[in-house]
Ligand binder design. Structure first.
Ligand code: AMP
Length: 538
């Protein structure tokens, strides 16, 4: 029997309309390219999003057109999230750290018709424009008075463009499961793959994030996670949904400007990847600064280390909520929020729980299987391939013919994990990064986390390298705080009490910096390729 309830075919623009009606004056703060702080509110963002949607329609753009952003975290990018998707087009967020070849591939594959370009990225677009036949127009994110000289096709300033739009524009109804946004994976092998999100999946994901991350109504949120990657973990949707103050750092992600913004805007909750927090924490450490207003930080994208967790907790009294997810999951899957039970634990026991990637949010199912696909017990020990299923997990990649999931809807995340009796999931490795030594597995993540606990170690990366006797053995790459090599033995002594003896790396190599990809993740394959013959030739 079909229910008597209303049919729900939502438009994400309903979120910004809700914020305008209920929290009109709530602040939206952005650091602009110039470094200046710009302040607006949800009412203004909503009206300007309507104007953008209307201007696009008047210009002939339609539902289903793919329009790209090459932009920073500012109020204009937020308006594009609503203005583009709200009129039925698809907001395709481009990562400005992409290798030019990948950017060309992605733009052509998506068939982007417009690219909204932040002024610092104009040279990048000018260099690529001749290879981007699909792009009809470039909208430059500035005032008309700031419009630079450029030979980009039909270039126009954003402010001039939206001026022609109607501020009373009415959002169209969406079809069931209508597409809303597009983001490409930052794949390290082969071409990047697109994930086409729905209005419905984005709204469900945002609602789940509010509860899953235990967000309270008075937060002032710092969105360091970029709007160009995986929907900034849902923040551009759930912040206006709940009337939260939104603070966006623009281009300046280094320790000092982030600290200043946090203090000035009394940020209570900050979202970012570990590398950003390492910069902030080291700035605070070197300058005797304390994070006064921040109560919680959500960390994800890479594994949280004990060193970061401890420093936030012990020095700044900031609770860390670890989140795990991926582009294919909109992105959030699990969250490790603080429970009353955890508050009663000894610090060491609590840390041990907080280093797990967390429990699945309602809607997401997890299972771990062996190489043959047999489900493994949730016993905290059995490690295998992590599969996920849920309403904000993809069914197939953009323009792919085949599904990316099995017949029962399970998607293989490529992560190697353990599930336990309490519902927690722990990531041990990416399947491709796991180290097989003498038939046993070494977790590169566990070894890296142990190494960064050493007081002289700023960053660590562990890679499995072919070995004549053991199949593979780890090499530990280290960046020290001073940038200079230190006594290898002091690192081995430190690790000895933390990991099994046979996990100890056979070699430690000091580097000035580690290779990071476009979203801040370690590019282990670069080191693996460079050192692949290291043990064989020894
Ligand atoms: P992306 O699609 O670029 O967001 O990358 C997704 C991948 O990042 C996941 O499959 C994990 O391997 C990794 N990842 C994300 N969050 C975490 C986390 N909290 N701990 C460990 N790995 C993570």
């Amino acid at each position: 029997m079909i229910s008597d309830m209303q049919k729900w075919t939502p438009n994400v623009a309903s979120i910004i309309e809700h914020a305008k009606n209920i929290y009109p004056e709530q602040e939206v703060v952005s650091r602009m390219v110039s470094g200046e702080i710009h302040k607006t509110n949800y009412k203004e963002v909503c009206i300007r999003s309507r104007k953008l949607a209307s201007a696009l329609e008047k210009d002939g753009y339609k539902k289903g057109d793919v329009l790209a952003t090459l932009a920073l975290n500012t109020y204009r990018h937020l308006e594009m999230y609503y203005g583009i998707s709200g009129m039925g087009a698809i907001t395709h967020t481009l990562n400005f750290r992409l290798h030019p070849e990948q950017a060309v591939y992605i733009i052509n594959h998506a068939e982007d018709k417009i690219i909204f370009v932040e002024t610092p990225f104009i040279p990048m677009m000018e260099a690529l424009k001749d290879q981007l036949g699909c792009v009809e127009k470039y909208i430059i994110l500035c005032d008309q008075s700031e419009m630079p000289e450029t030979d980009l096709k039909n270039a126009i300033s954003y402010e001039e463009y939206i001026e022609s739009g109607d501020e009373n524009y009415e959002w169209p109804a969406m079809d069931d499961d209508a597409a809303c946004g597009l983001c490409y994976t930052s794949g390290t092998t082969g071409n990047p793959k697109g994930v086409l999100y729905a209005h419905k999946s984005n709204i469900l994901h945002a609602q789940a994030a509010l509860t899953g991350l235990t967000i309270s109504p008075d937060e002032s949120i710092l969105m360091v996670v970029p709007l160009f990657h995986v929907l900034a973990w849902g923040t551009p949707y759930f912040a206006p949904m709940f009337g939260l103050k939104l603070v966006m750092p623009g281009m300046q992600m280094e320790g000092e400007p982030l600290y200043d913004l946090i203090e000035k805007e009394e940020v209570t909750l900050a979202f970012g990847v570990p590398t950003v927090w390492m910069g902030l924490l080291s700035y605070c450490r070197d300058n005797n600064k304390i994070l006064n207003s921040v109560k919680n930080t959500v960390i994800g994208g890479s594994a949280l280390s004990l060193a970061i967790l401890k420093e936030f907790d012990e020095v700044h009294d900031v609770n860390v909520i670890q989140g795990w997810g991926m582009t294919e999951m909109s992105p959030l899957g699990t969250s490790n929020f603080l429970t009353e039970e955890m508050k009663k634990m000894s610090k060491e026991d609590r840390y041990a729980v907080q280093l797990k990637q967390g429990r699945p949010m309602y809607g997401i199912e997890l299972k771990v299987v062996d190489d043959l696909g047999n489900e493994l017990p949730k016993d905290g020990e059995s490690q295998g391939h992590l599969l996920v299923r849920g309403p904000w997990v993809l069914q197939k990649y953009f323009k792919a013919e085949k599904d990316a999931v099995d017949k029962d809807g399970w998607f293989d995340t490529g992560d190697i994990s353990v599930l336990d009796q309490d519902g927690y999931m722990t990531i041990k490795d990416r399947a491709k990064d796991v180290i097989k030594s003498g038939g046993e597995w070494i977790s590169s993540i566990d070894l890296e986390n142990a190494a960064v606990g050493h007081p002289e170690v700023a960053e660590a990366c562990v890679v499995g390298i072919p070995h004549p006797k053991w199949d593979e053995r780890p090499i530990l790459f280290i960046v020290t705080n001073s940038g200079e090599p230190i006594e290898k033995q002091s690192i081995l002594d430190f690790l000895e009490s933390k990991v099994a003896k046979w996990w100890l790396p056979d070699e430690i190599i000091f580097l000035k910096e580690l290779p990071h990809g476009a979203t801040g993740k370690l590019q282990k394959f670069e080191l693996r390729d460079e050192y692949t013959n290291y043990y064989m030739e020894k």
